[in-house]
Write a protein that binds this ligand. Structure first.
Ligand code: ADP
Length: 497
């Protein structure tokens, strides 16, 4: 009877819905973009009501395409863009302001103030995060202080806050459930990931009333029933996780020491660190991967600002490739990069360098360097930046990575994946299905609703393409050394003389 799981993937630019069968295959999928608003430079907003109506439309479309009934769906999993902040009226369900998107920088100055007052270490110790405008906390504070009457209403318990998961759950359950999961809670900068509770001290510091916060539940657990009118029958929501954590689960990185890299516009590396929260000394974030049966799995997270977007630069700005896919065969027209290195630090360098003044650079140009070398060096740079983060993760976890699982649009590039394997000296495993984010939510939901066991999920991993390291140690060390020299040249460039 129950043949399917529905995964709702509410992303930053579009909403998707994928229906999976028992074999983990896609039965149908549907996707639709929604509007982004940029009211001021550096500000990013979305219309929370549009996110909801667009998402429900996409779900209905996926059900219709698959030609199935609500009774055939075992349960629903939700994964979402993280940190994006929505506050709404408890009685009316109407948002009091647009959703403030994770990318929005409007609270940067306040974050600097917090840093200057010396809160960095304390907040890191409690939440695993570095003080930044990305996270929900300062966005909540901004809404409460800038929407007329919001603060008083919040104190009277008339408002509710949620990240996108919480908002969708609230709407789907007809206002019955106001909850989030551990992974999403851990991105708010309000959640104490050691004691597993909203942190009173941070709440007081930011003057955020506790009443507005959702209940934090297991990522694979009960979030209530979707009311019958939406899909023609009630369906339980039994899985929730933020997008990167969901991808880690979807890649079946369920054991300590397993890691995945998602190569999209930027790249997101997450390593499962098991029951231990590891505090990074090199600027990686500690976060909750998921909670199941009240047991928490932690992760280390590092992001690379520029990954696939460096390929877009080759295509749209240098115009030396016609499509992103072309970068693969063009890179293999030459044997090497002719000792040319590109550091795509277009917006500065993240972990482990943390230099916001770094800018992109090309070093080693000679008369013999042609466009193929440039393309090859660009693809290599994405893998080298990933290697820098992986190296820190391995060091901080005292272990060597056994394999790196990969997904995201740019992981389709075979040359780049082989080079990643070579330079990391680790197997790189690319699943046939690159939809790891949605799959993670489906797995979390399916485990709780009894659709799959963990063992069955591990079985679904077959059909992956595996890249085996082939580069000699000598060559690898030389490459990494030259790369680090190139990185030095990119540092500090944007600083005033
Ligand atoms: P996002 O989710 O961030 O929008 P995707 O996972 O859809 O990103 O990946 C798109 C990115 O991957 C783009 O930046 C694109 O240039 C890059 N990309 C897509 N295919 C390839 C390829 N074959 N080789 C290299 N880069 C690619």
């Amino acid at each position: 009877m129950k043949k399917y799981i529905m995964a709702i993937d509410s992303g930053t630019t579009s909403n998707r819905c994928i229906i999976f069968n028992k074999k983990g295959e896609i039965v149908s999928s549907s996707q639709k973009e929604f509007k982004q608003y940029f009211p001021q430079p550096g500000w990013v907003e979305q219309d929370a009501d549009e996110i909801w109506s667009n998402q429900i439309g996409v779900c209905v479309e996926a059900i219709n395409k698959a030609n199935i009934k609500a009774e055939e769906i075992s349960s629903i999993g939700i994964t979402n863009q993280r940190e994006t902040t929505i506050i709404w009226n408890k009685k009316t369900g109407i948002p009091i302001y647009n959703a403030i998107v994770w990318q929005c920088r409007r609270t940067s100055n306040y974050c600097d103030e917090l840093k200057n007052k010396g809160y960095t270490e304390k907040i890191k110790e409690k939440t695993g995060l570095l003080i930044d405008a990305y996270f929900s906390a300062t966005k909540i504070k901004w809404i409460l202080e800038n929407v007329e009457g919001a603060k008083e209403q919040a104190e009277k318990g008339e408002l509710l806050f949620g990240t996108v998961d919480t908002w969708l759950i609230y709407k789907l359950t007809g206002g019955k459930t106001h909850a989030t999961d551990y992974s999403n809670a851990s991105r708010t900068m309000l959640y104490n990931i050691n004691e597993l509770k909203w942190d009173e001290e941070i709440l007081q510091l930011l003057e955020i009333p506790k009443e507005i916060l959702p209940e934090v539940r297991n990522s694979s657990g009960n979030f209530g029933k979707v009311i019958a009118k939406y899909f023609g029958g009630e369906i339980e929501i039994t899985g929730v996780a933020g997008d990167q954590q969901s991808a880690l689960f979807g890649q079946i990185c369920l054991e300590e020491g397993e890691a995945k890299n998602t190569y999209g516009t930027g790249a997101f590396l997450l390593m499962n660190t098991g029951r231990k929260k590891i505090e990074s000394k090199k600027g990686l974030l500690s976060t909750i991967a998921w909670g199941i049966d009240g047991k928490i799995t932690y992760a280390l997270e590092g992001s690379i600002f520029v990954a696939g977007s460096a390929v877009q630069w080759l295509r749209d700005d240098l115009k030396i490739i016609d499509s992103s896919e072309d970068s693969e065969y063009m890179a293999t027209k030459v044997e090497d990069t002719n000792d040319c290195y590109i550091v795509p630090a277009f917006t500065g360098l993240g972990a482990p360098y943390w230099d916001q003044y770094a800018r992109g650079t090309i070093v080693g140009l000679t008369r013999g360097v042609n466009k193929y070398h440039i393309i090859r060096a660009t693809l290599e740079s994405i893998a080298l930046l990933s290697q820098d983060v992986l190296h820190v993760m391995e060091k901080e976890c005292n272990g060597k990575l056994k394999k790196l699982k990969v997904d995201g649009g740019a992981s389709a590039n075979n040359f780049m994946m082989q080079f990643q394997s070579d330079i990391t000296n680790t197997k790189v495993v690319r699943p046939k299905l690159l939809e790891s984010t949605a799959r993670g939510a489906a797995f979390l939901a399916g485990i709780h609703s009894g659709f799959w066991t963990i063992e069955e999920i591990q079985e679904l991993e077959k059909d992956a393409r595996i890249f085996i390291p082939k580069m000699s140690e000598e060559e690898r060390n030389k490459k990494i050394k030259r790369w680090h020299r190139a990185v030095e040249y990119s540092k500090n460039w944007a600083k005033e003389d």
